[in-house]
Design a protein around this ligand. Sequence first.
Ligand SMILES: O=C(O)CCC(=O)C(=O)O
Length: 330
Amino acid sequence: MPAYFPKAVTREDRYLVSVEQYKQYHRDGFVKIEGLLSKEDIAALYEWAESLRLAGDKAPKTAAGEKDPLKAEFEAQTRVHMLSRREQVAEWAMLHPRVLDVLEALVGPDLYALQSMLFFNPPGKGGQGWHQDAYYIQTHPDTLIGAWMALEEVDEENGCLWVVPGSNHEPVYPPVHQSPSIHADGVFGDLRSVENVSHIDDEVNTLSQVVAQYPPAVPVPMKPGDILFFHSHLFHRSYPNKTQDRYRRSYVCHYCNGRSWVPWDHDGPYEGDSANHLHILARGSTHLPFAAPKFGTEVTLSSPEEAGGTLRMMGMENGMMMPMAVTKKE
Ligand SMILES: O=C(O)CCC(=O)C(=O)O
């Protein structure tokens, strides 16, 4: 039996993606999996996020001498990038086996973990206008996917994500005067360019004009432990937190298929033609360079030899997706 195969399948808490969820992701560009992370896991993440926020809280003390939790220094900064390279808990959450179980079915079986962001979005802050993630993070072939983990209840009031179902089938719209970052230059006859992508104001962010060709966008309210998996061409956005007294804490990570060339690293310039060697191989195997988890988080890797061929995710008769080894014919 291939080494990778039983190890992944026999984990007691393994999450099995249904064929319906797989189809939904590829049809609509997103799939929300409710309760994917346990209460305990979310509590650990939430406490970690809180400890960071409070450690950065340089606000004056109240009359009673207590820190005002809503006046943290993080008001100036709604998100922190790449804590997965600095903190064990951030790496653990990015490589959480149940998150990888889903990604394995949607874009795997081989997976790179590329990026992590911890959002705080205090009252009045946060929000990002219409954009497509593949514009920012290039993978060739283009297999980027986001996992948006709610650390607390998120809704329209505190700034949940909004998505345009089906817009994942769109190409990536290049900004004016820039060649496309995902598609080869000049392959489209009519691909318009856009301006001020990610700007919160639809008047200046002209990607909103393409969004307007669709039925109205839909909000994605979530509960702690729910995870939204979303395609990197999907038009999506968030609004500032409209509440007076709630944060919007979430942990958002990006991944891609382990066979993609990744000429991108969040931390800036890297040696060589690609940054693959800096990205963690989270599952499966690859012919490309890769990094090991820095804090020793366990990942389930395989080599093609051990796997007795290559692995593919297949729809089973019971409607679930399972990894199957495909043996090479001599
Ligand atoms: O959570 C947000 O407010 C925006 C996140 C987002 O758009 C992204 O991760 O691509």
